[in-house]
Design a protein around this ligand. Structure first.
Ligand code: 13P
Length: 334
């Protein structure tokens, strides 16, 4: 795989007005999402739900890539087309979540490290054959009393760098995702400081592991007060803090940054992205890689009538994609 091909894939992922739909929920996460709306968590229902999302008419107008889970990349549409083939035909790049989730970080109470490096090279070879051209690894950083520790940040960025180097070796663009969680009572300034420290450490680790930044995408969390904080901030403050934090820690050579929604409500996630794209002279395209903010309204509607609401739920997915695509251009009108 050439440097040019990796760079080309990365640029396609952040093409103007397009973003990524994240539908890579692990077994336990999709079980939780279905339980919330009382959908039976059968393999067939998971397949149908992912089919609904991926076959949304005109999704490609606003979506450049879809991140799938191991089960999903092996599933097919009702007419027997493998999902990766369907996506390829509709000009949507196939992505795959390759981390194996988090485990308690020994010696660091309350903190976690993401696992999944063992055997990763072989898994990437298979995913490439199945059609994947990019992959995602999510690290989780929690803010609390005396955390995150330097040890936790270091362990997580080291794993992200090893993941990224392996992906590029196998011809896949790595999406490095160090998620600073919204859980907690911290204020926006704490979130800023932690996010900046994590990103500085991440880009230093990527350099140490000879990761080519032109063929890498950052999936970032926004700089926000914790969910249980009383602090009130407006959309512009979130946008300005997030952009300033990124400017101080992310090299300009990176092809683009996409955001996770992280538990924000749908409109909020769109409004924040739109406001960031009103800021002038951004060094990179800023777009979306939303999971919940793309899916939750549609899932709720679908759950009420799986057969009858299929197309109506797709219309909601399209509306969310369109709104976020416009926000990626700073042209969302609310
Ligand atoms: P949310 O947008 O729901 O945070 O999910 C994005 C994601 O892929 C988390 O890893």
């Amino acid at each position: 795989m050439s440097i040019e091909e990796l760079a080309e894939t990365a640029q396609k992922l952040v093409a103007a007005g397009k973003g990524i739909i994240a539908i890579d929920e692990s077994e336990s996460t999709i079980a939780r999402r279905f339980a919330e709306v009382k959908i039976d968590n059968s393999e067939e229902n998971r397949r149908r739900w992912r089919e609904l999302l991926l076959t949304t008419p005109k999704l490609t107008n606003h979506v450049s890539g879809a991140i799938l889970f191991d089960e999903t990349i092996r599933q097919k549409t009702a007419d027997g087309t493998p999902f990766p083939k369907y996506l390829e035909k509709h000009n949507i790049l196939v992505g795959i979540k390759v981390d194996k989730g988090t485990a308690a970080l020994a010696g660091c109470p309350g903190e976690v490290v993401t696992e999944g490096l063992d055997g990763l090279r072989e898994r990437l070879v298979e995913y490439y054959k199945l059609g994947a051209r990019f992959a995602k690894w999510r690290a989780v950083i929690r803010i609390g009393e005396d955390i995150p520790s330097g040890t936790c940040i270091e362990a997580n960025v080291h794993a992200l760098a090893r993941f990224a180097a392996l992906c590029q070796e196998q011809g896949l663009v790595p999406i490095v995702e160090p998620e600073v969680l919204m859980d907690g009572e911290h204020d926006i300034e704490d979130c800023y400081e932690v996010t900046e420290a994590v990103l500085l450490s991440l880009f230093s680790a990527l350099r140490d592991h000879n990761v080519l930044l032109e063929g890498t995408i950052l999936k970032a969390s926004m700089v926000l007060p914790g969910k249980d904080s009383d602090e009130e901030v407006d959309v512009e403050e979130v946008a300005e803090s997030t952009v300033m934090c990124l400017k101080s820690s992310v090299p300009a050579i990176l092809p683009g940054i996409v955001f996770l929604s992280g538990g924000q409500d749908d409109e909020e996630a769109t409004a924040h992205l739109d406001a960031m794209n009103h800021i002038e002279n951004l060094p990179w395209p800023l777009s979306f890689s939303y999971g919940r903010a793309m899916q939750q309204a549609a899932l709720k509607l679908w759950s009420k009538d799986l057969a009858g609401n299929f197309s109506k739920a797709q219309a909601i997915v399209f509306e969310r994609a369109k709104a976020n695509g416009l926000a990626a251009l700073g042209k969302w009108e609310g």
